[in-house]
Design a protein around this ligand. Structure first.
Ligand code: ADP
Ligand code: MG
Length: 154
């Protein structure tokens, strides 16, 4: 599926509006693929107000949403993750156990520590198409609902 940035943001907002914890969304793809744009849109849809910075250096930002269906949004970027010990250091197990909507860039860096029930969103840069991105959403296990975007069941 090919998406403009506006289409990606619209889908992300809808996904965030409908998101109910616990929900894990992995966002994979190379630098510049649009992972952060999508994470921001989902966070905004879930009720996070204001700017959502990229957690590239901090690894994790947490946004409590008292009174909102999402409960909280956790935005993580594992790009700089060096080891499984570091994953423990950011409280990964606690984050997974929390009633929150988890948005994780570079989820493959978590290796075996990924939850069994999740959505994997994979984004691609398309050569010669600077205004579009390739996107595929894959359901793994039995996660909570997410709006359709060409869903592939694993
Ligand atoms: N679906 C899209 N179509 C076109 N451009 C996009 C799309 N999503 C994001 N972009 C653009 O790509 C650039 C990188 O986006 P970003 O979300 O920061 O990437 P990543 O987090 O994957 O490194 C931004 O300039 C953004 O405007
Ligand atoms: Mg990013």
């Amino acid at each position: 599926m090919r998406l403009t940035e506006a289409q990606a943001v619209a889908w992300g907002r809808r996904a965030g509006e409908g998101a109910r914890p616990p929900l894990f969304v992995g966002l994979s793809g190379p630098v510049g693929a649009g992972k952060s744009v999508l994470a921001r849109a989902i966070a905004a849809g879930a009720g996070v107000g204001g700017f959502v910075p990229s957690p590239t250096f901090n690894l994790v930002f947490r946004y409590p949403l008292p009174g909102r269906p999402a409960g909280a949004v956790v935005h993580a970027d594992l790009y700089r993750l060096r080891s499984q010990e570091e994953l423990a250091g950011i409280g990964w197990e606690d984050l997974l156990a929390e009633r929150a909507v988890l948005l994780v860039e570079w989820p493959e860096r978590a290796g075996d520590a990924l939850p069994a029930d999740r959505w994997d969103v994979s984004l691609r840069v398309l050569p010669g198409e600077p205004h579009l991105r390739g996107a595929e959403v894959r359901r793994v296990g039995n996660p909570g609902p997410l709006p359709r975007l060409g869903v592939v069941r694993e």
